[in-house]
Design a binder for this molecule. Structure first.
Ligand code: NAD
Length: 327
Protein backbone atom coordinates (compact mmCIF):
# COMPACT_ATOMS: atom_id res chain seq x y z
CA UNK A 1 0.00 0.00 0.00
CA UNK A 2 1.26 3.48 -0.76
CA UNK A 3 2.30 5.39 2.28
CA UNK A 4 2.67 9.00 3.32
CA UNK A 5 3.76 10.92 6.38
CA UNK A 6 1.36 12.59 8.79
CA UNK A 7 2.43 16.08 9.78
CA UNK A 8 -0.82 17.39 11.17
CA UNK A 9 -0.96 16.35 14.78
CA UNK A 10 2.15 18.31 15.48
CA UNK A 11 3.51 19.46 18.82
CA UNK A 12 3.81 23.19 19.34
CA UNK A 13 6.83 25.04 20.61
CA UNK A 14 6.66 28.28 22.57
CA UNK A 15 7.25 30.13 19.29
CA UNK A 16 4.13 28.59 17.80
CA UNK A 17 5.97 26.35 15.32
CA UNK A 18 6.18 22.57 15.51
CA UNK A 19 9.30 21.34 17.26
CA UNK A 20 12.05 19.85 15.09
CA UNK A 21 12.02 16.61 17.12
CA UNK A 22 8.32 16.23 16.48
CA UNK A 23 8.76 16.92 12.80
CA UNK A 24 11.54 14.34 12.65
CA UNK A 25 9.33 11.86 14.47
CA UNK A 26 6.35 12.21 12.15
CA UNK A 27 5.00 8.73 11.87
CA UNK A 28 4.34 7.12 8.53
CA UNK A 29 0.73 6.10 8.09
CA UNK A 30 -1.17 4.41 5.33
CA UNK A 31 -2.94 6.83 3.02
CA UNK A 32 -6.24 5.11 3.70
CA UNK A 33 -5.85 6.10 7.40
CA UNK A 34 -5.87 9.75 6.41
CA UNK A 35 -9.34 11.13 6.21
CA UNK A 36 -9.91 14.00 3.81
CA UNK A 37 -12.99 16.22 3.73
CA UNK A 38 -13.65 17.78 0.32
CA UNK A 39 -16.09 20.70 -0.03
CA UNK A 40 -17.30 21.93 -3.44
CA UNK A 41 -17.94 19.29 -6.12
CA UNK A 42 -18.21 21.59 -9.13
CA UNK A 43 -16.47 21.49 -12.49
CA UNK A 44 -13.06 21.20 -10.82
CA UNK A 45 -13.80 19.73 -7.38
CA UNK A 46 -15.58 16.64 -8.71
CA UNK A 47 -12.44 15.48 -10.55
CA UNK A 48 -10.07 16.50 -7.76
CA UNK A 49 -12.03 14.53 -5.15
CA UNK A 50 -12.17 11.60 -7.59
CA UNK A 51 -8.37 11.61 -7.84
CA UNK A 52 -8.03 11.65 -4.03
CA UNK A 53 -10.19 8.53 -3.86
CA UNK A 54 -8.14 6.89 -6.63
CA UNK A 55 -4.98 7.61 -4.63
CA UNK A 56 -6.39 5.58 -1.76
CA UNK A 57 -7.54 8.27 0.66
CA UNK A 58 -10.70 8.04 2.66
CA UNK A 59 -12.80 10.97 1.39
CA UNK A 60 -15.86 12.70 2.87
CA UNK A 61 -17.57 15.05 0.42
CA UNK A 62 -19.94 17.98 0.86
CA UNK A 63 -21.62 20.40 -1.53
CA UNK A 64 -24.23 23.11 -1.07
CA UNK A 65 -26.35 20.93 -3.35
CA UNK A 66 -26.77 17.75 -1.28
CA UNK A 67 -27.80 15.77 -4.38
CA UNK A 68 -24.37 16.49 -5.88
CA UNK A 69 -22.60 14.93 -2.88
CA UNK A 70 -24.99 11.98 -2.95
CA UNK A 71 -24.39 11.50 -6.68
CA UNK A 72 -20.63 11.65 -6.11
CA UNK A 73 -20.68 8.95 -3.44
CA UNK A 74 -22.91 6.74 -5.59
CA UNK A 75 -20.98 7.18 -8.84
CA UNK A 76 -17.40 7.63 -7.61
CA UNK A 77 -17.25 6.59 -3.95
CA UNK A 78 -16.47 8.18 -0.59
CA UNK A 79 -18.95 9.30 2.04
CA UNK A 80 -21.47 12.10 1.47
CA UNK A 81 -21.43 14.22 4.64
CA UNK A 82 -24.82 15.51 5.74
CA UNK A 83 -23.33 18.70 7.21
CA UNK A 84 -20.13 20.72 7.37
CA UNK A 85 -19.88 19.88 11.07
CA UNK A 86 -20.02 16.15 10.31
CA UNK A 87 -17.39 16.48 7.61
CA UNK A 88 -15.08 18.47 9.92
CA UNK A 89 -15.36 15.94 12.72
CA UNK A 90 -14.45 13.09 10.34
CA UNK A 91 -11.46 14.77 8.65
CA UNK A 92 -7.74 15.25 9.27
CA UNK A 93 -7.44 17.43 6.18
CA UNK A 94 -10.24 19.59 4.82
CA UNK A 95 -10.07 20.90 1.25
CA UNK A 96 -12.27 23.70 -0.07
CA UNK A 97 -12.84 24.14 -3.82
CA UNK A 98 -15.46 26.88 -3.80
CA UNK A 99 -16.39 29.85 -6.00
CA UNK A 100 -14.51 32.49 -3.98
CA UNK A 101 -12.97 33.43 -0.63
CA UNK A 102 -16.22 34.87 0.76
CA UNK A 103 -17.92 31.50 0.27
CA UNK A 104 -14.93 29.81 1.93
CA UNK A 105 -15.27 32.20 4.88
CA UNK A 106 -19.00 31.45 5.16
CA UNK A 107 -18.28 27.71 5.14
CA UNK A 108 -15.56 28.00 7.79
CA UNK A 109 -16.98 30.70 10.07
CA UNK A 110 -20.71 30.45 9.32
CA UNK A 111 -22.96 33.38 8.64
CA UNK A 112 -25.18 33.35 11.73
CA UNK A 113 -25.15 32.02 15.29
CA UNK A 114 -26.63 28.60 14.61
CA UNK A 115 -25.28 28.04 11.14
CA UNK A 116 -23.69 24.82 10.04
CA UNK A 117 -19.97 25.58 9.79
CA UNK A 118 -16.53 23.98 10.06
CA UNK A 119 -15.20 26.08 12.94
CA UNK A 120 -15.91 24.51 16.29
CA UNK A 121 -15.92 21.04 14.72
CA UNK A 122 -12.49 20.81 13.08
CA UNK A 123 -10.02 18.61 14.96
CA UNK A 124 -7.20 20.45 16.73
CA UNK A 125 -4.15 19.88 14.55
CA UNK A 126 -6.24 19.57 11.39
CA UNK A 127 -5.25 21.34 8.17
CA UNK A 128 -7.57 23.32 5.98
CA UNK A 129 -6.33 23.69 2.40
CA UNK A 130 -8.19 26.31 0.40
CA UNK A 131 -7.73 25.32 -3.25
CA UNK A 132 -10.32 27.83 -4.47
CA UNK A 133 -9.13 30.98 -6.23
CA UNK A 134 -9.67 33.29 -3.26
CA UNK A 135 -8.58 36.79 -2.36
CA UNK A 136 -5.31 36.70 -0.36
CA UNK A 137 -6.78 39.20 2.12
CA UNK A 138 -9.62 36.76 2.89
CA UNK A 139 -7.09 33.96 3.44
CA UNK A 140 -5.10 36.05 5.91
CA UNK A 141 -8.31 36.86 7.82
CA UNK A 142 -9.23 33.17 7.98
CA UNK A 143 -5.73 32.18 9.05
CA UNK A 144 -6.02 33.96 12.41
CA UNK A 145 -9.54 32.66 13.10
CA UNK A 146 -8.42 29.09 12.43
CA UNK A 147 -5.15 29.38 14.35
CA UNK A 148 -7.15 30.03 17.54
CA UNK A 149 -8.83 26.65 17.01
CA UNK A 150 -5.47 24.93 16.48
CA UNK A 151 -6.11 24.53 12.75
CA UNK A 152 -3.54 25.44 10.09
CA UNK A 153 -4.68 27.18 6.92
CA UNK A 154 -2.80 26.62 3.68
CA UNK A 155 -3.72 28.11 0.31
CA UNK A 156 -3.22 25.90 -2.72
CA UNK A 157 -5.10 27.27 -5.74
CA UNK A 158 -4.74 25.46 -9.03
CA UNK A 159 -4.25 26.09 -12.71
CA UNK A 160 -4.88 23.79 -15.64
CA UNK A 161 -8.67 23.88 -16.05
CA UNK A 162 -11.02 20.91 -16.17
CA UNK A 163 -8.98 18.56 -18.43
CA UNK A 164 -5.98 18.71 -16.10
CA UNK A 165 -8.20 18.44 -13.00
CA UNK A 166 -9.52 15.22 -14.53
CA UNK A 167 -6.05 13.95 -15.42
CA UNK A 168 -4.63 14.85 -11.98
CA UNK A 169 -2.00 17.06 -13.58
CA UNK A 170 -2.87 20.48 -12.16
CA UNK A 171 -0.27 23.10 -11.32
CA UNK A 172 -0.69 23.88 -7.62
CA UNK A 173 0.54 27.09 -5.95
CA UNK A 174 1.15 26.41 -2.29
CA UNK A 175 1.23 29.10 0.39
CA UNK A 176 2.10 27.89 3.90
CA UNK A 177 3.38 29.19 7.25
CA UNK A 178 7.17 29.25 7.34
CA UNK A 179 8.57 26.05 8.79
CA UNK A 180 5.37 24.07 8.46
CA UNK A 181 6.08 20.41 7.65
CA UNK A 182 4.60 19.89 4.20
CA UNK A 183 5.36 16.23 3.42
CA UNK A 184 1.85 14.93 3.96
CA UNK A 185 0.22 17.95 2.39
CA UNK A 186 2.37 17.53 -0.70
CA UNK A 187 1.46 13.85 -0.90
CA UNK A 188 -2.24 14.79 -0.79
CA UNK A 189 -1.80 17.56 -3.38
CA UNK A 190 0.24 15.19 -5.53
CA UNK A 191 -2.91 13.13 -6.08
CA UNK A 192 -4.47 16.13 -7.86
CA UNK A 193 -1.52 17.82 -9.52
CA UNK A 194 1.89 17.03 -10.97
CA UNK A 195 3.48 20.32 -10.06
CA UNK A 196 3.28 21.68 -6.52
CA UNK A 197 5.19 24.93 -6.24
CA UNK A 198 5.75 26.65 -2.89
CA UNK A 199 5.00 30.34 -3.28
CA UNK A 200 5.71 31.69 0.23
CA UNK A 201 3.48 32.56 3.20
CA UNK A 202 -0.27 31.97 3.47
CA UNK A 203 -2.06 34.04 0.83
CA UNK A 204 0.86 34.00 -1.62
CA UNK A 205 -0.66 31.11 -3.58
CA UNK A 206 -3.90 33.04 -3.94
CA UNK A 207 -2.03 36.19 -4.98
CA UNK A 208 -0.10 34.19 -7.60
CA UNK A 209 -3.28 32.61 -8.93
CA UNK A 210 -5.06 35.96 -9.33
CA UNK A 211 -2.10 37.41 -11.21
CA UNK A 212 -1.81 34.33 -13.43
CA UNK A 213 -5.48 34.62 -14.32
CA UNK A 214 -5.15 38.33 -15.03
CA UNK A 215 -2.49 37.39 -17.60
CA UNK A 216 -4.78 34.68 -19.00
CA UNK A 217 -7.71 37.11 -19.21
CA UNK A 218 -5.78 39.86 -20.93
CA UNK A 219 -4.48 37.27 -23.43
CA UNK A 220 -8.05 36.37 -24.36
CA UNK A 221 -9.01 40.08 -24.49
CA UNK A 222 -6.01 40.92 -26.66
CA UNK A 223 -6.70 38.16 -29.20
CA UNK A 224 -10.44 39.00 -29.29
CA UNK A 225 -9.70 42.65 -29.96
CA UNK A 226 -7.08 41.83 -32.60
CA UNK A 227 -9.60 39.63 -34.44
CA UNK A 228 -12.21 42.38 -34.33
CA UNK A 229 -9.79 44.90 -35.85
CA UNK A 230 -8.37 42.30 -38.27
CA UNK A 231 -11.86 41.76 -39.72
CA UNK A 232 -11.91 45.45 -40.71
CA UNK A 233 -8.82 44.71 -42.80
CA UNK A 234 -10.27 41.60 -44.44
CA UNK A 235 -8.58 39.06 -42.16
CA UNK A 236 -10.59 35.98 -41.17
CA UNK A 237 -10.58 34.88 -37.52
CA UNK A 238 -9.32 31.42 -38.52
CA UNK A 239 -6.39 32.80 -40.50
CA UNK A 240 -5.47 35.05 -37.61
CA UNK A 241 -5.60 32.24 -35.03
CA UNK A 242 -3.59 29.93 -37.34
CA UNK A 243 -0.92 32.61 -37.72
CA UNK A 244 -0.86 33.77 -34.09
CA UNK A 245 -0.76 30.12 -33.02
CA UNK A 246 2.62 29.73 -34.69
CA UNK A 247 3.86 33.26 -34.08
CA UNK A 248 4.86 35.48 -31.20
CA UNK A 249 1.22 36.38 -30.56
CA UNK A 250 0.59 32.88 -29.19
CA UNK A 251 -0.92 32.60 -25.71
CA UNK A 252 -3.14 30.11 -23.84
CA UNK A 253 -6.34 31.50 -25.36
CA UNK A 254 -4.94 31.43 -28.89
CA UNK A 255 -3.67 27.89 -28.45
CA UNK A 256 -6.47 26.25 -26.46
CA UNK A 257 -9.59 28.43 -26.32
CA UNK A 258 -9.97 29.95 -29.77
CA UNK A 259 -9.67 26.84 -31.99
CA UNK A 260 -12.28 24.69 -30.26
CA UNK A 261 -14.39 26.92 -28.05
CA UNK A 262 -14.61 30.19 -30.00
CA UNK A 263 -14.07 29.34 -33.68
CA UNK A 264 -15.67 25.92 -33.11
CA UNK A 265 -18.50 27.70 -31.25
CA UNK A 266 -18.52 25.24 -28.36
CA UNK A 267 -18.10 27.86 -25.62
CA UNK A 268 -17.78 25.20 -22.92
CA UNK A 269 -14.32 25.25 -21.36
CA UNK A 270 -15.87 24.46 -17.95
CA UNK A 271 -14.57 27.75 -16.51
CA UNK A 272 -17.20 30.40 -16.01
CA UNK A 273 -16.59 33.95 -17.17
CA UNK A 274 -17.85 35.12 -13.74
CA UNK A 275 -15.03 33.18 -12.04
CA UNK A 276 -12.33 34.62 -14.29
CA UNK A 277 -13.78 38.11 -13.81
CA UNK A 278 -13.64 37.49 -10.05
CA UNK A 279 -9.94 36.55 -10.34
CA UNK A 280 -9.08 39.70 -12.27
CA UNK A 281 -11.04 41.64 -9.62
CA UNK A 282 -8.82 40.07 -6.96
CA UNK A 283 -5.75 41.24 -8.88
CA UNK A 284 -7.29 44.73 -9.01
CA UNK A 285 -7.92 44.61 -5.21
CA UNK A 286 -4.26 43.69 -4.73
CA UNK A 287 -3.21 46.69 -6.82
CA UNK A 288 -5.47 48.98 -4.78
CA UNK A 289 -4.25 47.58 -1.48
CA UNK A 290 -0.64 48.31 -2.35
CA UNK A 291 -1.46 51.47 -4.30
CA UNK A 292 0.55 50.12 -7.23
CA UNK A 293 0.48 51.59 -10.71
CA UNK A 294 -0.95 48.81 -12.91
CA UNK A 295 -3.21 50.34 -15.58
CA UNK A 296 -3.68 47.12 -17.58
CA UNK A 297 -4.94 45.23 -14.53
CA UNK A 298 -7.49 47.98 -13.85
CA UNK A 299 -8.59 48.14 -17.49
CA UNK A 300 -8.86 44.35 -17.80
CA UNK A 301 -10.92 44.19 -14.61
CA UNK A 302 -13.21 46.92 -15.92
CA UNK A 303 -13.74 45.19 -19.28
CA UNK A 304 -14.32 41.75 -17.78
CA UNK A 305 -16.75 43.33 -15.30
CA UNK A 306 -18.74 44.74 -18.22
CA UNK A 307 -18.62 41.39 -20.01
CA UNK A 308 -19.99 39.65 -16.89
CA UNK A 309 -22.81 42.19 -16.67
CA UNK A 310 -23.67 41.66 -20.33
CA UNK A 311 -23.34 37.87 -20.47
CA UNK A 312 -24.48 36.83 -16.99
CA UNK A 313 -23.31 34.42 -14.30
CA UNK A 314 -23.32 31.15 -16.21
CA UNK A 315 -21.54 32.25 -19.40
CA UNK A 316 -18.31 30.41 -20.22
CA UNK A 317 -15.12 32.49 -20.13
CA UNK A 318 -14.65 31.88 -23.88
CA UNK A 319 -17.84 33.93 -24.44
CA UNK A 320 -15.81 37.04 -23.64
CA UNK A 321 -15.17 37.00 -27.41
CA UNK A 322 -18.88 37.71 -28.00
CA UNK A 323 -18.68 40.70 -25.66
CA UNK A 324 -15.57 42.01 -27.44
CA UNK A 325 -17.29 41.70 -30.84
CA UNK A 326 -20.35 43.57 -29.57
CA UNK A 327 -18.39 46.64 -28.48
P1 NAD B 1 -18.19 25.55 -9.98
O1 NAD B 1 -19.11 26.73 -9.90
O2 NAD B 1 -18.33 24.58 -11.08
O3 NAD B 1 -18.29 24.72 -8.59
C1 NAD B 1 -18.45 25.29 -7.33
C2 NAD B 1 -19.09 24.23 -6.43
O4 NAD B 1 -19.17 24.77 -5.10
C3 NAD B 1 -20.53 23.88 -6.86
O5 NAD B 1 -20.69 22.48 -6.86
C4 NAD B 1 -21.39 24.53 -5.79
O6 NAD B 1 -22.62 23.86 -5.54
C5 NAD B 1 -20.46 24.49 -4.59
N1 NAD B 1 -20.78 25.48 -3.58
C6 NAD B 1 -21.09 26.79 -3.74
N2 NAD B 1 -21.30 27.38 -2.55
C7 NAD B 1 -21.14 26.42 -1.62
C8 NAD B 1 -21.24 26.40 -0.20
N3 NAD B 1 -21.55 27.49 0.50
N4 NAD B 1 -21.01 25.23 0.44
C9 NAD B 1 -20.69 24.10 -0.24
N5 NAD B 1 -20.58 24.07 -1.59
C10 NAD B 1 -20.81 25.20 -2.27
O7 NAD B 1 -16.72 26.16 -9.91
P2 NAD B 1 -15.36 25.50 -10.44
O8 NAD B 1 -15.20 25.85 -11.87
O9 NAD B 1 -15.28 24.09 -9.97
O10 NAD B 1 -14.31 26.40 -9.64
C11 NAD B 1 -14.08 26.25 -8.25
C12 NAD B 1 -12.93 27.18 -7.86
O11 NAD B 1 -11.78 26.84 -8.62
C13 NAD B 1 -13.20 28.67 -8.14
O12 NAD B 1 -12.62 29.43 -7.12
C14 NAD B 1 -12.53 28.89 -9.49
O13 NAD B 1 -12.19 30.25 -9.68
C15 NAD B 1 -11.34 27.96 -9.37
N6 NAD B 1 -10.80 27.43 -10.64
C16 NAD B 1 -11.62 27.00 -11.64
C17 NAD B 1 -11.06 26.49 -12.82
C18 NAD B 1 -11.93 25.98 -13.96
O14 NAD B 1 -11.37 25.77 -15.06
N7 NAD B 1 -13.21 25.77 -13.79
C19 NAD B 1 -9.67 26.39 -12.94
C20 NAD B 1 -8.87 26.81 -11.89
C21 NAD B 1 -9.44 27.32 -10.73
Amino acid sequence: MSRCTAGFRRRWTASGWPSRSWRNAQRVIAMSELSIGFIGLGNMGWHMATNLLRAGYSVHVYDALPETAQRFSQQVGGHAASSLAQLAEASDVVITMLPNGKVVQAVVLGTGENDDRLLGHLKRGAVLIDMSSSDPSDSQHLQSALAQAGVTLLDAPVSGAVPRAEAGTLTIMLGAPQGYALDTVKAVLGAMGNSVIETGPVGSGHAMKALNNYVAAIGLSAASEAIKVGALFGLSAKTMIDIMGTSTGKNFAVEHIFPVHILGEQFNTGFKLALLEKDVGIARNMVELKQANAPFINLTSQEWGRARQQLGEVADNSEYFKYAQSQ
